[in-house]
Design a protein around this ligand. Structure first.
Ligand code: ZN
Length: 114
């Protein structure tokens, strides 16, 4: 399960940030995860709990926002949520779209106690 490696990397970054912010306990971590990022949200939650144990991340609330796969039509510029890469633009039915969101994995916000 590659979520373990991801959780380790996230907690490393969060701990560094918390350290820079004065080293307080981390209250919450907000993540944005694309539906197509290949990350299982529940598995990542579990992995984060394991990794956070015995660090100042233990007990931090994990807020996860799942981002649906979003494409921008190359023809008319409409943004739409797609079921697959073969979903045509709902506006002009063009098949040429660029993915603009939905495969990301990002730390959006970290809340540290004063
Ligand atoms: Zn279009």
């Amino acid at each position: 399960m590659h979520e373990m490696g991801i959780a380790t990397e996230i907690s490393r970054i969060v701990l560094e940030e918390a350290e820079r912010g004065g080293g307080g306990r981390v209250k919450s971590i907000s993540l944005t995860i694309g539906r197509w990022s290949g990350v299982e949200v529940e598995t990542l939650r579990f992995a984060m709990e394991v990794v956070a144990e015995d660090t100042s991340l233990a007990g931090a609330e994990l807020k996860i926002e799942v981002v649906e796969p979003t494409f921008k039509c190359a023809e008319c510029g409409k943004e739409f949520i797609a079921e697959s890469r073969l979903t045509p633009c709902p506006e002009c039915e063009s098949m040429a779209g660029d993915m603009v969101a939905g495969d990301e994995l990002a730390i959006k916000e970290i809340e540290v106690e004063d």
